[in-house]
Design a protein around this ligand. Sequence first.
Ligand code: KG4
Ligand code: ZN
Length: 341
Amino acid sequence: MSEPLILGIESTCDETGVALVRGRELLGDVVATSMDEYARFGGIIPEIASRAHLESFLPTLDAALERAGVGLADVDAIAVSAGPGLIGSLTVGVSAAKALAASLGKPIYGVNHVIGHIAVDELIDGPAPEHFIGLIVSGGHSSLLDIHGLATDVVELGSTLDDAAGEAFDKVGRLLGLPYPGGPHVDRLSQEGDVEAIRFPRGLAAAKDRERHRYDFSFSGLKTAVARYVESLADAGQEVPAADVCAAFSEAVNDSLTAKAVQACRDTGCDTLVIGGGFSANSRLRALAAQRCEAAGITLRLPPLKYCTDNGAQIAALGAEAVRAGVEPSPMDFAPDSGMP
Ligand code: KG4
Ligand code: ZN
């Protein structure tokens, strides 16, 4: 008998994603985004995002089914992002998923969006090893996870104490007058800059923090150091070397992320690191992680850019993993949880 067909639904933030997965095979995956609406506000407006999900859901569902060459009646189970995320956005996806589950008489799995960023890798690189380390970096999260089973046994080793990596990039982008979201712009500029030109501090590098926060990150001090540097030049009437600032800032963030991820692999005896989340599109993160993993004999699994940003495939992949692991479906009255740990 073939493996069950899972319909995955994503709506935590500004992306409406629907995908169909059978086993670890991605059959169809469509994403609509309302990000273009937010450039003029400099940030996501939750009410606009919720309304956009409502408008995009049915067309996205139809397109995903068509791309997968299946009908709704073929679906065996439904997986939906239950959190964390914007509550209005989550409510649209969860309500749609419940309506589908009820009308089709199929089980529903409310799954963790953040873990989905790691689960999607199985659709690209095949089954993950029994035990591995996950590094999730996005606009809302920077976490190191010790994973023995994506749907059953995930322990958070550490996370950011303040800003997420993507958030810090967005803030530095704003500081330099770049369009929102600043992350990709700062990344592009950093490639033209000199990493050595300025030395910014690494968070939690002080002796007192080193052991206590072995796997935690902190980027707000770094962001403040960048702000001070830019202000001092501006006050002196000097031009800000934006590319050098971006390169040095990016180096500081990615130095911390990759050093701690490799440390976690060493400490737990894992030989595989999976990186996921919107920030894993960052060019320096990809290069530095590849370099340091190779030096440490660690296999690096990094999904292609398309699967780093929010999508339905990550949710369908995690739903498929839950079904494989024999996890109980969620009760029909489960509520989305915007602050899900
Ligand atoms: O995972 P994601 O799509 O959304 C959530 O935050 O859940 O991540 C988006 C974040 C934004 O902060 C964006 O600026 C950042 O990832 N980002 C990048 C790059 N591409 C996206 N940051 C740095 N370099 C990039 N190439
Ligand atoms: Zn995400």
